[in-house]
Write a protein that binds this ligand. Structure first.
Ligand code: 3HC
Length: 388
């Protein structure tokens, strides 16, 4: 029987180390890494704040113990932990040294928003923009799929009304701002398009070529892809400067994070407007470059994959879920979250990360592969790691 503390050390310490290395590599700031995990995953604190609280030297020592046991490079304390411990500095000091930067401003007028897709993410994104007062045109392949978006939003609004957090009038107004369409031509005059169609490069390339043909010049073309190269989507158009990533989290109406992903071609104005828009719709934006996993998935999925490997060693799923919620304060245990995200999505992301970084420790857990092969994808199929 493993103690909660051992489960924390096995799953959470490597995640903290990974966060330190992500900062150390210059990919994202201390503030953005911490905000990403708080607002994207509902964690009570960001990983670098947690390192400060445990103590930089203590985290280094605990990792060194783990590294001595496993020999896994991912458990070897990051050089920066050594450095900060030696200098008596913290991540809060690093963040303070980098503080500054004015709030982003709109460089484009955004009045009308387009969304492409009718799945869970697209439906949530339509709700987010309409809730913020924007007129939204959303495009799907059939009337039935368009009705599904209205059904999803209606269900959420009804739940809010039942809790006394909304009114029938407010719901009618919000739904009145939505226009569904089964042809992309309806997007001709929108100021920004956010696409949330299937995570398939060929499909997205075809869509971006079409958006380039249809949508007015000067509009922003955004994708909520979590794993495909946004640079390639930009290159599929004659206006790569207007192409950017807006990575929302599941469930989009609830999770407050948007990762704003610029490619080398994205213009500074498009970046700033997208960050201003993110704030306007009540979300917290963090900035990162076009690389597999961005911030959140890079830090989240290796931890989820480690949890599957720990269970393969004989640990009970419920024990791991409970230990993580108790010791780390995460809102869901790893298996509960895997079932929400979907094992197919999780496996695809883990494969991307393994491909991009080549870390042996990122190799997808055998059980994750097996769950997908058996069609046990999570809540959406009634069974994943847990049964629903
Ligand atoms: N749609 C809309 N609203 C929802 C919802 C949904 N699917 N699920 C819950 N809500 C709302 C509820 O109505 C409630 O609203 P209120 O506070 O205004 O009353 C609020 O969210 C809290 O819901 P509950 O009290 O029912 O449930 P919990 O307190 O258990 O919170 C949770 C649910 C917010 C989902 C929380 O468990 C959480 O933060 N989980 C972590 C989720 C996470 O990590 N997501 C990121 C996954 S990775 C990803 O998306 C990246 C991609 O690339 C794969």
């Amino acid at each position: 029987m493993t103690s909660s503390e051992q489960i924390f050390n096995t799953l959470v310490l490597p995640y903290l180390n990974h966060a330190v290395r992500t900062y150390e590599s210059g990919y994202a700031s201390v503030t953005d890494i911490d905000a990403a995990m708080r607002f994207g995953c509902g964690y009570p604190k960001g990983p670098l704040t947690v390192v400060d609280e445990i103590g930089v030297a203590q985290v280094r020592d605990l990792l060194a113990e783990r590294y001595a046991e496993t020999g896994d490079h991912l458990h070897q304390p990051a050089d920066l932990l050594e450095k900060l411990a030696a200098e008596g500095r913290t991540f809060a000091d690093e963040a303070a040294a980098a503080a500054g930067g004015a709030a982003p401003e709109f460089k484009h007028e955004i009045a009308k928003v387009g969304v492409v897709g009718t799945g869970t993410m697209a439906s949530g994104i339509v709700q987010v923009f309409a809730q913020a007062g924007y007129d939204v045109v959303y495009v799907g392949r059939s009337q039935e799929k368009l009705d599904g978006v209205v059904g999803y939003i209606t269900k959420n609004l009804d739940r809010a009304i039942a809790k006394g957090k909304g009114t029938e009038e407010g719901k009618a107004e919000l739904l009145g701002r939505l226009t569904g369409a089964t042809t992309r031509e309806a997007l001709a005059d929108v100021d920004i398009v956010v696409e949330a169609i299937a995570e398939d490069l060929e499909l997205k390339l075809e869509l971006f070529r079409d958006l380039d043909r249809i949508v007015k010049q000067g509009a922003i073309l955004a994708t909520t892809t979590s794993s495909l190269p946004i640079t390639k989507l930009g290159e599929a158009t004659a206006r790569p400067g207007d192409v950017i990533g807006m990575h929302f989290f599941n469930p989009a109406p609830v999770m407050k994070l948007v990762e704003v992903i610029t490619t080398p071609a994205t213009s500074a104005e498009v970046d700033e407007t997208t960050r201003a828009l993110t704030a306007k719709v009540g979300k917290v934006g963090v900035s990162a470059g076009d690389r597999s996993g961005f911030i959140v998935n890079l830090l989240l999925f290796p931890y989820l994959n480690d949890a599957v490997k720990l269970a393969e060693g004989g640990e009970e799923l419920a024990t791991i879920d409970a230990a993580i919620k108790e010791t780390a304060g995460f809102p869901m245990g790893p298996f509960e979250l895997l079932d929400v995200v979907g094992n197919d999505v999780s496996l695809a992301i883990q494969k991307e990360l393994f491909g991009e970084f080549g870390e042996p420790g990122f190799a997808p857990a055998a059980t994750l592969e097996a769950k997908v092969a058996e069609g046990k994808l999570g809540r959406k199929t009634g069974e994943g790691f847990h049964t629903y």
